[in-house]
Design a protein around this ligand. Structure first.
Ligand code: ADP
Ligand code: TRP
Length: 333
């Protein structure tokens, strides 16, 4: 039996380097390994907590799907789908909601941070919070549990959500006996949180991202915007404290990386370091970027791949959902 590995990306913005390094790249490494069965998906109903524009949803959702494929995910060897095409997930989500203490949701960080911000600026605590956002972790638990997932590769900010899924498993299994597998998160150790242009966590919410498939000219411009300190050319620089170096090592070979490390220590100028970063990234991303653009230009083809993936997903999810419904006393056959 292959180990189930699962992760989703929500379509709330263009895929950026943080998403790639923190979640997609490690997930693709699992997908290369025959010991694992990957289920990777577009978390469009999670995206709906934020995106309320039809065209935007459509485009962003296709963008996530095209990104996975452009980076080499083989849909024949994975379960690759759009969350909204697998209704079993939403049925399970309701069932799990009935096993999720409200207090657990109050403590979930996405919700909690909005409440804290509202209070800080004197607004009503729940301003701008829809119920989708509030119960977000339950839908994510359903995503994970319905596939009997063992491993969830995610960025550091998602750890709490996987822990909530584990709490829900324990509560359900305690009541009805062993049913769901206890999932485990896996974090990319080296670059747990990739900083953005301004040094804060790279995130769509902070407008400080470098989109993964940005056109070369714009990519270069964005790289030039990365914040650096004022140390002059010739002054030794600490590679481990530099966003430029942390990005560089993700796209360069080991030899290039150790050479760059030495150049940092012997005082490479920031301008030069940025140029080297652009070159190495551009070479690495050129082919996937072309594939991405091609896929984005043929929505039907993309849709077909996703629908086939959803079929495959349902084959896996249906029996477990039936078992759960039987256990809770809803299915009488
Ligand atoms: P964003 O913060 O831009 O909204 P998402 O929440 O959609 O990103 O994240 C999608 C995946 O990418 C998650 O697994 C998340 O942990 C990971 N991720 C996002 N930003 C970063 C980052 N700066 N560094 C590492 N991983 C990240
Ligand atoms: N919440 C994740 C994010 O914001 C996306 C996601 C939805 C997910 N369902 C998932 C990630 C299940 C891993 C497993 O990035």
């Amino acid at each position: 039996m292959k180990k189930q590995v699962l992760t989703g990306i929500k379509p709330t913005g263009r895929v950026h380097l943080g998403n790639y390094i923190g979640a997609i790249k490690p997930a693709l490494e699992f997908a290369q390994n025959e010991e694992y069965m990957p289920a990777y998906f577009v978390a469009d109903y999670h995206g709906l907590t934020k995106i309320h524009d039809k065209e935007e949803m459509n485009l962003l959702s296709r963008g996530i799907a095209a990104t996975w494929l452009a980076l080499g995910l083989n849909p024949e060897k994975a379960i690759f789908y759009r969350q909204s095409d697998v209704p079993d997930i939403f049925e399970l989500s309701w069932i799990l909601a009935c096993f999720s203490p409200k207090g657990l949701m109050n403590r979930a960080h996405a919700y909690k941070s909005i409440v804290e911000e509202n209070i800080e600026i004197g607004r009503e605590a729940d301003t701008g919070v829809n119920m989708g956002l509030f119960t977000y972790p339950i839908l994510m638990a359903a995503d994970i549990l319905l596939f009997q997932t063992e491993i969830v590769p995610v960025g550091r900010d998602q750890i709490q959500h996987v822990e909530i899924a584990r709490d829900i498993v324990e509560s359900f299994n305690h009541t009805y006996g062993d049913t769901f597998t206890l999932p485990q998160y896996v974090i990319e150790k080296e670059t747990a949180v990739l900083p953005g242009l301004d040094g804060r966590k790279m995130s769509k919410s902070y407008n400080n991202t470098i989109p993964l498939f940005e056109e070369p000219k714009k990519l270069q411009k964005l790289i030039n915007k990365i914040k650096t300190d004022s140390s002059p050319p010739g002054a030794p620089k600490d590679p481990d404290a530099s966003v430029i170096y942390s990005l560089y090592k993700e796209f360069a070979t080991d030899i290039q990386t150790s050479e760059m490390r030495n150049r940092f220590l012997s005082g490479i100028s920031w301008g030069e370091a940025k140029k080297e970063l652009f070159d190495v990234m551009n070479v690495y991303l050129e082919e996937p970027r072309d594939r991405y653009n091609e896929l984005m230009a043929s929505p039907e083809k993309l849709n077909e791949v996703l629908l086939q993936g959803a079929e495959k997903a349902r084959k896996k999810t249906r029996p477990l959902l039936q078992e759960v419904k039987r256990k809770i006393g809803i299915l009488h056959s």
